[in-house]
Ligand binder design. Structure first.
Ligand code: KIV
Length: 246
């Protein structure tokens, strides 16, 4: 059962104009996600993203946002120890994030506690963890076995206990996403956690902005909710511009 009637809306943004537009359009939360490694910087996955890159993009987003909550993603190897996690969280909030996000379950409890004790709110990211793509050999749906489901549920409870104010759940089977959402007091925000019926299984929904506006046509995840085709518009406008010069 979801905790409220209204679904919390969250989109990624990585630059000033996009952040300003989605903020003015009324989005609840903007995530400066490390997905920027792929959809903005052209890397094959998020493992190439550094803290310096995140700080650069977080400050650009912060300059464009007046209302939405801004989440700064903690990139891989920027939170290997609790001390490093606290320093990274401070750097991201100094760059303009209101909240930080880190990936993982029970193993991240000490880091979440440390960041929260430093006065910085944390959102967890549980289920499929993109920063582990190389170890796992791809992006795999989570919760398909009883054992894996139980470990994800325990991890979610531990993150709540540690002080996370919300959890992103990524690519978890719908029944498990619903179970976690019902078991927790804090909101869950899903990506790739719906079934074929598209029924909401989390309290909120997050999407990568380029999937929604169609500006990164080379990879579109199966669960994408595309609402525009900016790639086609850029191609058309460029060709019209070139033609107009002759
Ligand atoms: O980096 C990102 O865009 C994310 C979302 C997929 C939740 O973490």
């Amino acid at each position: 059962m979801l905790k409220g009637q209204r679904v919390i809306s969250m989109l990624t943004a990585y630059d000033y104009p996009t952040a300003r537009l989605v903020d003015e359009a009324g989005i609840d939360i903007i995530l400066v996600g490390d997905s920027l490694g792929m959809v903005v910087l052209g890397f094959p996955d998020t493992t190439h993203v550094t803290l310096d890159m995140m700080l650069h993009h977080t400050s650009a987003v912060a300059r464009g946002v007046k209302k939405a909550l801004i989440i700064g993603d903690m990139p891989i190897h920027s939170y290997d120890t609790p001390e490093q996690a606290i320093n990274t969280a401070k750097a991201l909030t100094n760059a303009g994030a209101d909240v930080v996000k880190l990936e993982g379950g029970i193993n991240q409890v000490a880091k979440v506690k440390g960041i929260v004790a430093a006065g910085i709110p944390v959102i967890g990211h549980h289920g499929m963890l993109p920063q582990r793509v190389l170890e796992e050999g791809g992006y795999k749906k989570k919760g398909k076995t009883e054992e894996e489901s139980e470990s994800i549920l325990q991890g979610a409870r531990a993150l709540q206990e540690a002080g996370c104010f919300a959890l992103v759940l990524e690519s978890i089977i719908p029944s498990l996403a619903e179970k976690i959402t019902a078991a927790l007091d804090i909101p869950t925000i899903g990506i790739g956690c719906k079934g074929k019926d598209k029924k909401q299984t989390c309290d909120g929904e997050v999407a990568v902005i380029t999937d929604v506006v169609g500006s990164y046509p080379w990879f579109i995840p199966p669960f994408a909710n595309q609402r525009a085709n900016i790639a086609e518009e850029i191609t058309r406008a460029t060709q019209e511009y070139i033609a107009s010069l002759s």
